[in-house]
Structure formats: C-alpha cells, structure tokens
Design a protein around this ligand. Structure first.
Ligand code: COA
Ligand code: AMP
Length: 631
C-alpha cells in the first residue's frame, strides 16, 4: 500500500481520529469535546465544544512564535506600480486596529459585515478583522453589479459594509462607491455604517451620516484582541451561483476551516512555513478566501495578493515576473489565465526571460483543465502542472494529485484522485454505484470532511434540497464524471444550469430571469457554449411577443445592457438569437441540453419526448447565424 492509499483509507474509515490528529496543528483556546457530531445528519459538526480564533491562527500565533518580521503578504499591483511587503507583525497590527474600529461601530460576535473591495491588502485586513471579532464576513466580488450586491445585502443583513473608492481592472478604473450607493438604495436592508477606503487617484464622495473614511476610522481606533469563538461558529458567508437568480450563501465554520486549510497546505500543495504561495485569483471568490488569505497565513507562508491580469499588465510575462521577483514556490490560478497567456505568447518567450528557480508547482482549478492547456503549460514550465477539482461549497480541493503525500503520474484531463477526507463515488440516476469508466453523478459519501459548508446561511432546508436529498447519505456535487480503473477522477462538467466563465461560476438561470423581463420577450433560454479562451460563454435564444415591431438588433443590445446591469460585466453576456419558438418536451420543458449540444457541434439524439422536431432545425439555423458551432 502506498502512502496515499494508507492516508486515504484512514481518512474515510476513521475520520474522527484522522481529523483529531490534524487539529493539533491549530491553536485552540479550549480543546474540543467531540471531533465529529453526527447526531443530526446531514448537518455534521466538527470539533464541537472547541474554542479558537481564526485571526489568531492566521497572524498572532506566528508573531508570538518567531515570525513577526517575516513577510506575511506581498501586495503586487502592476496597475498602480506598487509592491508592498507587509510583515506578520504589521499585518497583525493593522488588523487589530481595524477590528477596533469595527468594534467602535458596534460590530461584535455573530454580526455580519459585507466586504466589497478590489484586490488591495485592505480587503484581507477587513476579512481578518471580522474573524478577530468573531463577526461573519460576506465578501462580494467587485465584478458583480449593484443588483447582485443588493441581493446579498438583503440576505446577509450586514451591520456594516466595508468598501473602497474603486478598483482597477487592467487599464479601466471602476468606481465602486456609486455601485455601492446604488446597491444600498436597491436593498431593503440598510447598513448602519459604510467604511470606505479611499485609494490614491480614485476619490469617493462620502455621505456624512452613513459613510466613514477608513483612515479616519482607524486613526481613532485602538487595537483589540482576538475574541475566542466556538469551532462551529460561522466565519463567513460566501454567495455562489445556483440555478436561479437567488445565490446560495455557503456558510463556513471556524474550527473545521482552520484545520482543513492548514492540512491542505502541507499535504496537497507541499508548502512549509516561510514559503511564498501565490493564488492569482480574487478575494471575492472561494479561491481568494481560502488560498490568498486564510490557508497561506495559517501555514506561516508569505502570500501574494496580485492586482493585475495574466496579460496586458503589462504583457504575458506578468506571471513569470511575479514568480521570479518574489520567489514564488506555488502558483495557483485558473486554466483560463494560461489560455490567455498562451494566446499572446504561444512559444513562451516571456517565460524564458525570468529566473523561476524557486518555482515548484503550478496548480490549476476553477474549471476543467483541457489537455491542450495542460500540455502547453507543462512544456513551457517543465514543472508539475496539477489539475485539482473543488467548489465554493467545499472550500478546499476534493480531488488532486497531493504533492505533499505522494506524486502520481498525471493523466491529462483528470484532477487525479480523491483527496483524503473525501469519499468520492459515481452514481447513476437511481443511486446505484457505477463501475470504472461509466459516467454519472459525482457525489461524496457523508460526512464531508472539516472545512466544507456547514449549511446555507439562513436556509437549512435549501441546503438539504440542493445538496443532500438527491441521494441519501451523499453530498451531490452537481458535476458529472467518471472514475477510471486506477481511481483517477474525470470531471466532465456541471449537470445543472451553472456555467463556468473564465473560472467564474455563473447561473444561466439567473441570466434567463433577467432576459425574460424585457418587455418584448415572450420566452427565452440561456445556456453555455464552449469558448476557447474563457471555457464557456452564455448565449441566449429569445422568442418575441406577438406583434413586436422593435428592431431585433435593438432588443439584443438591450439584453446585453440588462444582464450587465443586473448581474454584472463578469457574466460576459453578448450573444442573442431571435427564434420563432424554443424546442420543448411534450410536458413543456425547454431542451437546453440539446441546444447546447447543437451550439457546441456535438452529436445529439432527437429526444423522444420532443414536442415538435422541426424547431431543432430552426434552432440549428439560428445558431449558425451566430457562427455556431465555433470550432
Ligand atoms: N471588478 C469589476 N469588473 C470586473 C472585475 C472586477 N473585479 N473583474 C472582471 N471585471 C469585468 C472585466 O473588466 C470585463 O468587463 P468588460 O466586459 O467591460 O471588458 C468583464 O468583467 C469580464 O471579465 P473577465 O471575464 O475577467 O474578462 P477579461 O477579458 O477582463 O479577462 C482573463 C480575461 C482570462 C484575463 C481573466 O478572466 C483572468 O485573469 N482570469 C484568471 C482566472 C481567475 O482569476 N479565476 C478566478 C477563479 S480561480
Ligand atoms: P466554484 O464554486 O466557483 O469554485 O465552481 C465550482 C465548479 O467549477 C465545479 O462544480 C466544477 O464544475 C468546476 N471546476 C472547478 N475545478 C474544476 C476542475 N479542476 N476540473 C473540472 N471542473 C472544475
């Protein structure tokens, strides 16, 4: 039995003793009474009775144990020409003072705080300050429109919102404050206060009764200590796209999260305290929460917070420059970033100009790693390129080649094997386990390991119906896939209406809800189509109301504007075809899967339940008009 097999077997046969041992790597104010409380499935609780503080584990303990002067965070911002190195001591001090400021505003244990920030260190400071107080943060990605922010404000009901005057997206300046003001106007719930970080060159106007300047607030604040919380208390809510316009608020606890992330750093990413770890993502996504902020700091690493793009800031050598300049050991990003670099620098000329001697591994996740991109990245880097699979819900990888345990040969197209703690199975529609190579629903046998979602914020029932009730005793990942004879997992894509655009998860259902509100639209379908750069892009088909005389081009432009305004630019909604009718089953279900197959040039079987086969020919023609299939 190899090392991986041994560790994996222990993690699933005796999870309690496995995670009992792993928890020793974390500082506890009070040790847990029980490792796993499984008395109320599917609501499992880890480290019941234990008390700790997440911020203490990320910062204070390192300051106290000899890492005070080590760099905790490198802020590298090619868009502002800034490189700032912040030591553990300084980061701890900044967080303690900002937490003091929040406390003065009445923020305490259990209160929620929304954070709507660009990629600046203050975003991480705000998150850690909430953790220090035992408050629950909910970070909203900057690329979401005011309406999406308003939905999250109404659901999480923050006492305070922390934001900044603006963000810089490549060459564009995005003013955040007007977006925030609009979101608060739209929301039913009004925060008591907003704390605004004024960036140089982007000035926001503040509302005197509600808004506070970050600098003013912190000058008047005194540092505060970490507040111990229960292991099972919430650390954060992170909204993620579901199949409708209402996002799901994934709830993370404190104890399980700290243990799992710390364990993952050593065992999956093979890093040690002092190593430089860089997740090129955004704090608004789960990758940013787990691997820009929390995990590298739990581990005593130096984390890189990068405010730039893989290309254009200033060139496709940006990633190699950062790796070389800061001595990065591990880079984690989404395949789409590599496709963007490959497009501009196919022969990897830029890469050759930098010394990458400290660079050990490239980890990719967020979407399927297509074999072309895998081979290209491996060729130009000459280092292991590790595909690993996970979700906002799990918070850390479900499947990976675990570099700190045992390195397996890579099979392109596969994120290798289940990570210890995750008992992954493939089931057919009746819940029967499938043998190797048979494609089905990818599920995880309960209990999920520590660090995974506890429930959905204020929606226990939705948690059960969304994830736990498809197959009793299993968590439903909503991904389809199969396992081969060696236990390698192949994730083939979502089996719901969620699509992956440039590694970002978006709901076509939410886009449909927006498109359907256009006054001239009778009905519509939005689905994902394959895209060479971004993985997937949405396309909409609309049926107009009888008698509409508006120019269809005008309607199409309206739809682009509406989706941008309601969901955000990140939805990348650009293409619409006007059709006479949509293909449906006799019971009225729209055949989105069949349309997607047509758009992607894939073979499809005429559904036996189709109402009128002629519509498929019409759809094929309309999609051809948009240039589909594209490759
Ligand atoms: N705030 C405001 N707007 C944002 C934003 C943010 N934080 N992030 C993206 N946007 C906007 C973009 O400016 C763009 O707007 P536009 O339509 O006006 O041009 C739109 O949202 C789409 O953004 P994106 O899909 O990121 O496209 P892009 O062309 O700007 O960049 C890539 C393409 C591939 C370079 C980029 O997606 C990338 O770097 N991806 C890396 C992967 C990643 O970080 N994944 C996260 C999960 S690991
Ligand atoms: P998110 O919650 O935004 O992290 O998106 C999670 C979804 O992204 C998963 O359900 C998968 O569909 C997809 N995904 C993430 N990583 C991978 C991967 N390595 N391979 C295939 N799909 C992935």
């Amino acid at each position: 039995m190899g090392r991986y097999d041994e560790i994996f077997a222990k993690s699933v046969s005796d999870p309690e003793s496995f995670w009992d041992a792993a928890a020793e790597a974390i500082d506890w104010q009070k040790k847990w009474d029980k490792v796993l409380d499984d008395s109320d499935p599917p609501f499992y609780r880890w480290y019941v009775g234990g008390e700790l503080n997440t911020c203490h584990n990320a910062l204070d303990r390192h300051v106290e144990k000899g890492r005070a002067d080590q760099i905790a965070m490198i802020y590298d911002s090619p868009v502002t020409n800034t490189i700032e190195r912040i030591s553990y001591r300084e980061l701890r001090d900044r967080v303690a003072v900002f937490a003091g400021g929040l406390k003065n505003l009445g923020v305490g244990k259990g209160d929620t705080v929304v954070i709507y920030m660009p990629m600046i260190p203050e975003a991480a400071v705000a998150m850690l300050a909430c953790a220090r107080l035992g408050a629950v943060h909910s970070v909203v990605f900057g690329g979401f429109a005011p309406n999406e922010l308003a939905i999250r404000i109404d659901h999480s009901k923050p006492r305070v919102i922390v934001s900044a005057s603006g963000g810089i997206e490549g060459k564009k300046i995005i003013e955040y404050k007007p977006l925030l003001d609009e979101a608060i106007d739209l929301a039913g719930h009004k925060p008591e206060k907003c704390v605004i970080y004024q960036r140089p060159n982007i000035k926001a106007s503040l509302k005197t009764d509600r808004d506070l300047d970050w600098q003013d607030m912190t000058t008047k604040a005194a540092p505060v200590d970490c507040v111990p919380v229960q292991a099972t208390d919430p650390l954060y809510i992170l909204y993620t796209s579901g199949t409708t316009g209402l996002p799901k608020g994934v709830l993370r606890d404190n104890g399980g999260h700290a243990v799992a992330l710390q364990w993952s750093m050593e065992n999956i990413y093979d890093v040690r305290p002092g190593d430089v770890f860089w997740a090129a993502s955004d704090v608004g996504w789960v990758v940013g929460h787990s691997y820009i902020v929390y995990a590298p700091l739990f581990m005593g690493c130096t984390t890189v917070l990068y405010e730039g793009k893989p290309v254009g800031t200033p060139d496709p050598g940006a990633f190699w420059r950062v790796i070389s300049q800061h001595g990065v050991r591990v880079l984690f990003t989404a395949p789409t970033a590599f496709r963007a670099i490959k497009k501009e620098d196919p022969d990897g000329h830029h890469c050759k100009q930098y010394d990458l001697s400290n660079f050990k591994y490239l980890f990719l996740a967020g979407e399927r790693l297509d074999p072309d991109t895998y081979h290209w990245a491996s060729r130009i880097l000459q280092r292991p390129v590790i595909d690993h699979w996970w979700q906002t819900e799990t918070g850390w990888p479900i499947a990976s080649n675990c570099m700190g345990i045992e390195q397996f040969p890579i099979k392109p197209g596969s994120p290798t094997k289940a990570v210890p703690g995750y008992d992954v199975r493939i089931l057919d529609d009746n819940g029967k386990e499938l043998g190797s190579h048979a494609e089905g629903s990818v599920v995880i046998k309960l209990p999920l390991p520590p660090g995974t979602l506890q429930t959905l914020w204020k929606a226990d029932e939705k948690f059960v119906t969304s994830y736990m009730s498809h197959f009793e005793g299993y968590y439903h990942t909503s991904d389809g896939g199969y396992m081969d004879e060696d236990g390698y997992l192949f994730i083939m894509g979502r089996i719901d209406d969620v699509i992956n655009i440039a590694g970002h998860r978006l709901s076509t259902g939410a886009m449909e809800e927006v498109v359907a509100t256009h006054a001239d639209v009778a009905e519509c379908a939005v689905f994902g189509t394959a895209d060479k750069l971004k993985g997937e892009l949405p396309v909409g088909l609309v049926v107009l109301k009888a008698g509409v005389e508006t120019d269809p081009e005008e309607i199409k432009q309206d739809l682009v504007r509406m989706v941008r305004k309601q969901i955000g630019p990140i939805a990348c909604y650009k293409e619409t075809a006007v059709v006479k009718r949509l293909p449906k089953t006799r019971s009225g279900k729209i055949l989105r899967g069949t349309m997607r197959a047509i758009a992607n040039g894939k073979e499809y079987r005429m559904p036996s339940t189709i109402d009128d086969p002629v519509t498929l020919e019409e759809i094929t023609d309309s999609l051809k008009g948009l240039g589909y299939p594209k490759s």
